[in-house]
Design a protein around this ligand. Structure first.
Ligand code: ADP
Ligand code: MG
Length: 348
């Protein structure tokens, strides 16, 4: 396993039914989910899924309701036993762990945040946040100190002695987030944490989490059914359909090259300029003018700059700008107003 990889899933299958282990052994893997259900009475929730999650990234699992997101992610933490396949974390095979080791793993290495906050109603905010530390046997003083630290991080300063019912939905989810962060987990798993919140609060929470992630750089697995949320939060996105991963890539890779109609339909709603970068839309054949400009090193644009950040510059003038590779500084292509306008309008 590559040292930058934190989690690797290989050929994960999950069947729900009375005899999943026997059924999978003899399963004709080319059958559709519907056919398997008709023939065996078993539900195929996850079908042969493989991917790797890099250390410190936010990996989004996105798909319509019922596509297998929650089941897949629960297989990673073994809250659900996969029928077959392996999950590795830092070279440790999670699928082979004893229940004692699993308990340790869940206590010390990973935290989960769910859509329904699951707070204890009779505990104050600060007591809710400190729960994971309490389970771990952390001293009261240390617990309180740590809980107050994360309470501030999620913007709930002053609310420590209130009860969950006294908080709005958005604030309750901040408590959920703080509780997950309090144990300093290496891995955070979010199952549609913002789906029940109003749009404005939701956006606020997304921004908050991005800010926290910028600071903490933990490995995050984030489930959502909302493609725009996926694009915003994800370093990589896995798109699921009927238990299978239909495409994995960066938001830009997916929006620039959606693999099938299912993915294309999601991309329809995405403002392209927010996702695409200069390197993706540039003209590769450079004019003499931009070669000249490149030679003089004047006004070059980096290939990984998002169109959004270049709009003012590119829409106001008729100039041509050379596009250079951000890493090596070599000339890759050129970009001008017409290219940008086209990229903003284009359907993928
Ligand atoms: N415990 C269960 N028993 C039987 N079928 C289940 C169970 N849990 C989930 N499923 C089925 O597995 C499929 C995937 O569900 P789920 O992982 O919850 O999807 P998502 O999180 O993407 O909405 C669905 O068809 C669902 O009905
Ligand atoms: Mg779900």
């Amino acid at each position: 396993m590559n040292k930058d990889q934190k989690i690797t899933c290989s050929n994960i299958w999950k069947l729900f039914g009375p005899d999943e282990k026997r059924i999978i052994k003899n399963l004709d893997k080319s059958l559709s989910i519907k056919e398997v259900q008709e023939k065996t009475g078993h539900v195929v929730a996850v079908k042969d899924v493989s991917f790797s999650i890099q250390k410190g990234e936010t990996f989004v699992v996105m798909g319509l309701s019922g596509s297998g997101k929650s089941t897949l992610v629960r297989c990673i933490s073994r809250l659900i036993e996969p029928t077959s396949g392996t999950v590795k974390m830092d070279d440790v095979d999670v699928t082979k762990m004893s229940s004692k080791d699993l308990l340790e793993l869940r206590r010390n290495k990973m935290s989960m945040v769910f859509q329904h906050f699951g707070l204890f109603p009779h505990r104050t905010v600060v007591e809710n946040i400190g729960y994971g530390l309490e389970v771990r046997g952390t001293k009261k003083e240390t617990r309180l100190e740590k809980s107050m630290e994360v309470l501030k991080m999620v913007g709930l300063d002053g609310w420590q002695n209130n009860y969950p019912r006294e908080l709005s939905g958005g604030m309750q989810q901040r408590v959920g987030l703080a509780r997950a962060l309090a144990v300093d987990p290496e891995i955070l798993i979010f199952d549609e944490p913002f789906s029940a919140l109003d749009p404005l609060i939701r956006r606020e929470m997304q921004d908050e989490l991005l800010k926290i992630q910028e600071k903490l750089q933990r490995t995050m697995v984030f489930i959502t059914h909302d493609f725009l949320e996926a694009i915003k939060m994800g370093d990589h996105i896995a798109i699921m359909k009927d238990g299978e991963v239909s495409q994995v890539g960066t938001p830009e890779e997916i929006v620039a090259n959606p693999k099938d109609q299912y993915v294309k339909d999601f991309c329809e709603d995405v403002p392209k300029y927010k996702v695409l970068s200069a390197g993706k839309v540039m003209r590769k054949d450079c004019s003499n003018q931009s070669k000249e400009l490149f030679k003089n090193k004047s006004d070059c644009i980096l290939d990984n700059s998002k169109i959004e950040t270049l709009i003012d510059k590119l829409v106001e003038s008729d100039k041509i700008y050379p596009v250079v590779c951000s890493e090596t500084g070599e000339l890759l292509g050129e970009i001008d107003r017409s290219i940008v306008m086209r990229s903003m309008k284009s359907k993928t």
